[in-house]
Design a protein around this ligand. Structure first.
Ligand code: TMP
Ligand code: ASP
Length: 239
């Protein structure tokens, strides 16, 4: 399958049309941004690593009965996926207090949550992706009640699968972000990516951060963290 035209460019990925109306190609870039694009940089080979990691997780989830947009990996940076209408919500699942949750409700970063917490952020750059609740989602017509229940159930199921998988690899899944899309047939499937850009991964023993927080917070060893997560997830050295 060949790329035709770039139809969308985001901060870390580009989307291209193909010969098939219902399929698009995702291209993973090395660009990294944080804080609504105020901080910009590059992480060497991130695009290649994230393409692999995201596809690995999507295949794992497919095996467990979660439908995803993934069709096939085309090359180091490109994957063929089903074209969907993205539901403009970032679904964040949390197992440990960190980042904006720790700040918002005054918890210490690293404090485990008694049960997973789910949050919705409205994907709207002009508004700065605000946290919104179920009433807001219904008010804005972003998802109907049944669809919302589906998103919540999928969020928890994906969290359970990933927490278990990563725990066995000595990684705490602190929190992560999901995006879902609707196919032409109206089915809700997992889209976007699951990578160190969109998750907080902490070493279970040392609590060392192995994700994009190393870039956001200028902690150094950014590339090394992505390599380490590639190794923990796939069992293979990064090159
Ligand atoms: P937060 O603590 O900053 O709200 O982030 C929660 C999780 O969501 C964290 O794993 C990083 C991920 N995330 C994204 O993937 N994209 C974003 O734009 C933001 C703000 C967070
Ligand atoms: N990627 C997002 C941005 O550029 C936020 C983040 O991941 O921290 O704003």
């Amino acid at each position: 399958m060949k790329k035709k035209k770039m139809i969308y460019e985001g901060k870390a990925k580009q989307i291209f049309s193909t010969d098939q109306d219902d399929q698009v190609i995702v291209h993973f870039k090395d660009d990294a941004t944080a804080f609504d694009g105020q901080k910009k940089g590059q992480i060497a080979e991130k695009g290649k690593i994230n393409n692999k990691i995201s596809n690995f997780f999507f295949k794992l989830l497919e095996e467990k009965g979660i439908k995803t947009h993934l069709i096939e990996e085309l090359n180091e940076r490109d994957s063929l996926v089903k074209k969907v209408d993205i539901i403009p919500l970032e679904v964040v699942m949390r197992n440990v207090a960190a980042g904006s949750l720790a700040k918002r409700i005054g918890m210490e970063e690293g404090e485990p949550l008694q049960q997973p917490v789910i949050e919705f952020y409205y994907k709207d750059d002009d508004l700065g992706d605000p946290l919104i609740n179920v009433s807001h989602i219904e008010l804005l017509g972003l998802a109907g009640r049944e669809e919302l229940e589906r998103l919540i159930a999928l969020g928890h199921k994906i969290n359970d699968i990933l927490v278990k998988f990563l725990k066995e690899r000595n990684v705490d899944l602190v929190d992560f972000k999901l995006e879902f899309g609707k196919t032409a047939e109206g089915e809700i499937i997992l889209a976007d990516e699951i990578t160190p850009d969109t998750c907080r991964f902490w070493d279970s023993e040392t609590k060392e951060k192995l994700d994009k927080d190393r870039f956001r917070r200028d902690l150094g060893n950014v590339e090394e963290a992505y390599h380490e997560m590639y190794k923990r997830i796939t069992g293979q050295d990064w090159k």
